[in-house]
Design a protein around this ligand. Structure first.
Ligand code: NAD
Length: 319
């Protein structure tokens, strides 16, 4: 692992530094947009693409040039970064519909491709192998830290791929993150990421359940949260992402569960973890239970932040 000082993310300059590689950034959603903003602030020249015009407009205002297509975005790029919802989007962008007419086939040899989406390790390996056949370097580099970490430039990157590609990517990732782990070869970043997110899903459902039990027995959710924060139930969701409205400022639960990490994306990650567990004959009963709860919750609340699982217990928080 290497950790680096990312203080450069706080610089307010958006003037491109011509000694830095040009970057094409694809996928400017809740995570991709702030990550791209931090690269611009650090002086990288960015060409951006997203299916949503609203998403690209925000980046244009920050100094990025907006491309009409992924192929347009990569025209002058030495590095490509993607932050897409799921494996099917990554497959379609890089490999195209027939597996051979995607972005990879357009990139000059030696281009570094970094995919930070959370997808199945097997899908990451498929794209990495296709990239390698074309003389490109591919890294799976999923992240942890949420939208708060993306905005602050303090994400954790969990990277799979060659030492050489990792060394090239590290200074770029250090602009967007604070902790950068090299987990192993292609796909290793994704395996580590889904282990983390399976645990996060379990912690969030458990925390929501505990707060609800306290509230239904007369406790104030903030008082209970403060107590658990200083007790053995302490965990990340209580520290920075409390699921109960108005316990914490600047978290999705205090903003109608908008933004953040959508329940349908947590559901996707839990299924990735379960699939990996099944394929490798590993038992994950708690992961299976969290998956069941998010499967049910996402039917009506898929676009709401994953902390809205609180509403499964206390319906009033969703109204
Ligand atoms: P999001 O849905 O907010 O953003 C995805 C963006 O990709 C959207 O703007 C969408 O328009 C764009 N997109 C989809 N298909 C595209 C295509 N073919 N070409 C160009 N753009 C396309 O999702 P997000 O929350 O930013 O998450 C992105 C990835 O990061 C997911 O894999 C998610 O699991 C992972 N992740 C999210 C969080 C979080 O807190 N939100 C944290 C860690 C990891």
């Amino acid at each position: 692992m290497s950790t680096q000082d990312n203080s450069q993310t706080n610089q307010s300059t958006s003037k491109p530094n011509t000694t830095l590689p040009n970057i094409a950034f694809i996928g400017l959603g809740n995570m991709g947009a702030p990550m791209a903003e931090n690269l611009l602030k650090a002086g990288y020249s960015l060409s951006v693409y997203d299916l949503s015009e609203a998403a690209t407009k925000r980046l244009q205002q920050s100094g990025a040039s907006v491309a009409d297509s992924p192929k347009d975005a990569i025209r002058h790029a030495q590095v490509v970064i993607s932050m897409l919802p799921a494996g099917k989007h990554v497959h379609s962008v890089y490999l195209g519909e027939n597996g051979e007419d995607g972005l990879l086939s357009e990139l000059p040899k030696g281009t570094l491709v970094i995919d930070s989406s959370t997808i199945a390790a097997a899908d990451a390996v498929t794209v990495a192998n296709a990239a390698s056949k074309l003389g490109l370097e591919f890294l799976d580099a999923p992240v942890s830290g949420g939208t708060g970490g993306a905005i602050a430039g303090s994400l954790t990157f969990i990277v799979g791929g060659s030492n050489n590609a990792f060394a090239k990517a590290e200074p770029i990732l250090a602009v967007m993150g604070k902790n950068i782990f090299h987990a192993g070869d292609h796909g290793a970043g994704q395996v580590a990421k889904i282990c983390n997110n399976m645990l996060l899903g379990i912690l969030m459902t458990g925390t929501a359940e505990a707060i609800n039990l306290g509230v239904k027995n007369g406790l104030d959710p903030k008082v209970l949260s403060d107590i658990m924060l200083q007790s053995s139930g302490r965990n990340w969701t209580l520290e920075v992402y409390n699921p109960y409205p108005q316990v914490m400022e600047n978290v999705p639960s205090s903003n109608g569960y908008q933004g953040g990490f959508m329940s349908k994306l947590m559901q996707k990650d839990l299924h990735l973890a379960l699939q990996t567990a099944q394929d490798t004959h590993v038992e994950t009963p708690m992961g299976a239970k969290a998956t069941e709860l998010y499967d049910d919750h996402a039917i009506e609340n898929g676009d709401k932040d994953f902390s809205s699982i609180m509403g499964r217990h206390d319906h009033s928080v969703l109204s």
